[in-house]
Design a binder for this molecule. Structure first.
Ligand code: PLP
Length: 395
């Protein structure tokens, strides 16, 4: 028999890739267990705004069901380019934008554009769970550097410098950050930018949470001197517009040549987003900031309620997020095996959370909750979690 390529077999390492608790919770729901509250995935508990759904329905009714532009239709790219200046602090030529099947395909395409097999890519912990796999899928070797709660999860550029070798080709950076909720400061980003310039590295800047910033200022590293020409910005409407299922993202490329190679990659894979999706995305962006602002306000309110409820625990060490839709908490003082804690929490209380290990080794001993349940349910889940933590015995 022919064998599957090692390239594809080695993308995902590790047993359940961190999603085991969620799988278990789903099985429990199917088996009829009541009262399960899922706070695992970063997926909204409410649908996309009606005006956006209507725009999609109108496009379908008008028969816009053919192949879509692989590059992205011009009116959509024009809308994306228009918001680049307020969001990322840079002027963007619409031709340098390529629409993608969500931020995930944008991450993959940008990684493919930057690295050759065997190249090293630096990833900053804690990170979004697919980062290492995406780099491996592109043939690269992920090199992780740690951050800590004491420094507010801001990476120390000196740690990055120490990880650079002659094989390093890129740094992957995510601010606002999932799972920590940290927003990287100008000083942090300047440190990263200096390294990229000194060592002639690419930067992939994942900014999908830019609309959900509560206590800080979102700065795109692409706006720093000398960075525009070496930065790929990954963006998506999944989080900002509650459009996870639509797979609606894009890459802002450094120049036309980079955009063209990514178009070539999509020619051989997704072959463009459906026109009715692209038209709905365009309508959403043309409709102004209202819906994304409303969503951000909702998560800000939920964050405050969740942190307040969790703070009743004498044991949980909470890291109140400055941004995004998650709360990361440290259990190391009383439950160093966070995965075991998460399974027991699910079994005993019905609350499903993500064990931190899936976000890199520096999040081991932590758990992350998503703020993706209506307020009342979220407070109920946080109360169950706080009570469980205070009575947990790690024996
Ligand atoms: N980047 C980060 C940091 C994320 O948290 C996610 C999803 O949770 C993505 C990218 C991918 O988003 P999508 O592919 O839904 O646009």
């Amino acid at each position: 028999m022919p064998t599957l390529s090692p390239r594809i077999q080695n993308i995902v390492t590790g047993a359940d890739d961190g999603w085991g608790v969620q799988e278990k919770a789903r099985e429990m729901i199917l088996a009829g267990r009541d009262g399960i509250i899922m706070l695992t995935m970063g997926d909204h508990d409410f649908p996309t705004d009606k005006a956006i759904r209507d725009a999609c329905a109108d496009a379908l009714a008008a028969g816009r069901t053919t192949y879509g532009s692989i590059h992205g239709i011009v009116p959509l790219r024009d809308q994306i380019a228009k918001r680049a200046s307020p969001v990322h602090g840079i002027e963007v030529d619409p031709d340098h934008i390529v629409v993608s099947m969500g931020g995930q395909a944008a991450l993959f395409a940008a990684s493919m554009a930057c690295i050759d097999p065997g190249d090293e890519a630096i990833v900053i912990e804690p990170y979004y769970a697919t980062y290492e796999q995406t780099i491996r899928a592109a043939g690269g070797i992920p090199i992780t550097i740690r951050t800590s709660a004491d420094r507010g999860f801001q990476p120390n550029p000196e740690d990055l410098r120490a990880a650079i070798t002659p094989r390093t080709r890129m740094i992957l950076c995510n601010t606002p950050n999932n799972p920590s909720g940290a927003v990287y400061t100008r000083e942090t980003l300047q440190g990263i930018a200096t390294l990229c310039i000194e060592h002639d590295l690419w930067l992939i800047s994942d900014e999908v949470y830019h609309s959900q910033v509560y206590e800080a200022e979102h700065i795109s590293p692409a706006s720093l001197p000398g960075m525009r020409e070496r930065t790929f910005i990954v963006d998506s409407m999944s989080k900002s517009h509650a459009m996870t299922g639509w797979r609606s993202g894009w890459i802002i490329c450094p120049d036309a040549q980079a955009a063209n190679v990514i178009i070539d990659l999509f020619l051989t894979s997704a072959y463009g987003l459906a026109p009715f999706i692209q038209l709905a995305m365009r309508a959403a962006l043309a409709g102004g900031k209202g819906p994304e602002h409303e969503i951000a306000q909702k998560y800000r309110f939920r964050r405050d309620r969740a942190v307040e409820s969790l703070a009743r625990s004498k044991r949980l060490k909470i890291h109140p997020p400055e941004a995004a839709m998650y709360v990361l908490m440290d259990l190391r003082a009383f439950a160093p095996d966070a995965e075991r804690f998460a399974y027991a929490l699910l079994e005993e209380t019905g609350v499903a959370v993500m064990p931190g290990d899936s976000f890199g080794a520096s999040a081991a001993g932590h758990i992350r909750i998503s703020l993706t349940a209506p307020e009342e349910k979220l407070v109920e889940a946080c109360t169950r979690l706080a009570t469980f933590a205070d009575t947990w015995s790690d024996t």
